[in-house]
Ligand binder design. Sequence first.
Ligand SMILES: [Zn+2]
Length: 254
Amino acid sequence: MVGCRIDRLRVHDRRLRWPVDPGMEAAVAGQPIRRAGRRAKYLLLHTDAGTLILHLGMSGSLRVLPASTPRIAHDHVDIELDSGQTLRFNDPRRFGSLFFTADDPASHPLLKSLAPEPLEPDFDGAYLWKITRRRSVAIKQLIMNSRLVVGVGNIYASEALFRARIRPRRRARSLKLQECVRLARAIKTTLSLAVKVGGTTLRDYVGADGNPGYFRQKLYVYERAGKPCRVCRHPVRQFTQGQRSTYWCAHCQQ
Ligand SMILES: [Zn+2]
């Protein structure tokens, strides 16, 4: 998409999580897309006039299609490009959202208070060390707290703790500096690998090409309860933590 121009933005249904601003079509028409980015779960399309901020919500997906492709149910937005293709947003539950800002998107109310990105250099062992010192919450819940670090969801929290060989129930403040370093690295490795293979499809997630993500085949512990650990062959264990399923290996993780 980068380098393409937005011929036309078509909003077929404005009733997303927040109503789509009726001024948006005029604001982005004719704008070239200079850069695509992301902050937490917000996808950013940067143009000369400003930035489109898109969130997939619970059930949203984006597909790149020939613009002539007939719409199906729940196709709410088309970003039609001069390449003849359209970026089409489908969202059955309509928890997704679309905003446009002419200002620096980092100062947008939805983005300005977000915690560090795990793949950026400011997220490292020293940062984890600092935020864990006074917190007795379980380490898995801490790394999933989006006020402290964004983008580590339930799957990747279990997987990163396995790679770092740290038990998910450990109190955050009990982690040693070396463990914080290991965990920060494990989070980066886990997320980078998952991105590389297109994410993790468990139920309905699809990528922009309509294909599933293939990280599921690479999971060490997530949704593998009772199956042999891929490292030590002991059965993977499961328990519930903060209403979410946690998977871990009692032999590999300390
Ligand atoms: Zn194991």
